[in-house]
Design a binder for this molecule. Structure first.
Ligand code: 2RA
Length: 353
């Protein structure tokens, strides 16, 4: 029989993208597609692949008969419910941060380490953080050829990474400054936001309109943010390089959706721009956009809504041996979240699960 898949958090931001992905696949391997959400959203009707389905409330019985449960819910909900799904016989594919660094839970990007889906003693597979994910297809491909040793990255993260609250805040800030001569004097953007009646409390810690904010996630030891540590720890785990040297600075920019990263990657062997282009060009999930003389390079506004990872500005570092610099963009709600989770489920389905 064809496997039953459940989407947990079907009515949320990532769950909604997940349904869009399922609706737009040429074909799907699923028998039943079950929609699960909080009791508040239960009873809601959503059309999936032409068939109207009713959302059922999150409860242990909701997982009965489910083969693969895709979790698009906050960390604490996953922490509680993914083990329940696994106990009931489902494989839980979790998009939250709850299990990513658990040694008994594989952290999977199918282009990089698909075989890890079979090593899941807890019945749980984790999906990486969107910032890490945005560069993984590119780094995984280069690592296979040239052996990655060191990674220095700066992120340019979209407001939607901070959820609907982040999206609403950026729209409100952009309307508050629209048509005004702000950004010419220290503090005048903040004054414009306050004059427009926006609450001082913001998900970004500082005005995001007409600005960039060097902060994403929560505070960790020694001045690092949670987001910066995720980039380090998750990259090591996905690439299978426990001692990979990583240093990240995560920055929020006034972009709605699509995270970008400036990547400085050092390899065991020399790598030329031509060789890197060939590697990127041979990856089905990477689109190479690298012709700056003709204005061809990826930007978040141009690639948002797309599934691939977009790579450009590939250069051989002038002062660092065996090192490439490049720029990468990936839709943080698609490959960064729902799409990768769905691709893990497809990998499982193709493996005869
Ligand atoms: C962010 N990576 O962009 C986070 C969301 N998971 O804030």
């Amino acid at each position: 029989a064809r496997p039953t898949v459940a989407i947990v958090g079907a009515t949320g931001a990532v769950g909604t993208v997940m349904i869009d992905i399922i609706n737009n696949r040429p074909s799907v391997p699923w028998g039943e597609i079950r929609l699960i959400a909080s009791p508040r959203s239960a009873g809601k009707k959503i059309t999936v692949r032409g068939e109207e389905r009713t959302v059922v409330a999150l409860a242990p019985e909701a997982f009965d008969g489910v083969d693969i449960a895709l979790f698009d819910v906050p960390d604490e909900v996953s922490a509680q419910w993914a083990p329940v799904a696994a106990e009931r016989g489902a494989i839980a594919v979790d998009n939250s941060g709850a299990f990513r660094l658990d040694p008994d839970v594989p952290l999977v990007v199918p282009e990089v380490n698909a075989a890890k889906v079979h090593e899941r003693p807890k019945g749980i597979i984790a999906n990486p953080n969107c910032t890490t994910l945005s560069m993984m297809a590119a780094l995984g491909a280069l690592h296979r050829e040239f052996g990655l040793r060191e990674l220095v990255v700066a992120s340019y993260q979209a407001a939607s990474g901070a959820g609907q609250e982040g999206v609403d805040r950026l729209y409100a800030e952009v309307s508050a400054v629209a048509g005004k001569q702000v950004g010419v004097r220290g503090g005048d953007v903040a004054e414009a936001l306050s004059a427009a009646g926006l609450p001082e409390e913001t998900p970004f810690k500082a005005p995001l309109a007409m600005n960039v904010v060097p902060w994403a996630g929560s505070r960790k030891d020694d001045g690092w943010t949670s987001e910066e540590l995720k980039v380090r720890n998750e990259s090591r785990k996905i690439l299978g390089i426990p001692d990979l040297k990583v240093s990240a600075t995560c920055v929020r920019v006034p972009v709605l959706t699509t995270h970008s990263l400036a990547v400085h990657a050092t390899f065991e062997r020399e790598v030329t721009v031509d060789q890197a282009h060939k590697v990127f060009g041979s990856q089905p999930s990477i689109v190479l956009q690298d012709d700056p003389d003709n204005g061809v390079f990826p930007t978040p506004a141009a690639v948002v809504g797309g599934d691939p990872t977009y790579v450009g500005r590939v250069r051989q570092a002038l002062d660092f041996p065996n090192t490439l610099d490049f720029f990468v963009c990936g839709d943080n709600l698609r490959k960064g979240a729902a799409l990768n989770t769905y691709e893990i489920a497809e990998t499982l389905a193709a493996g005869g699960e």
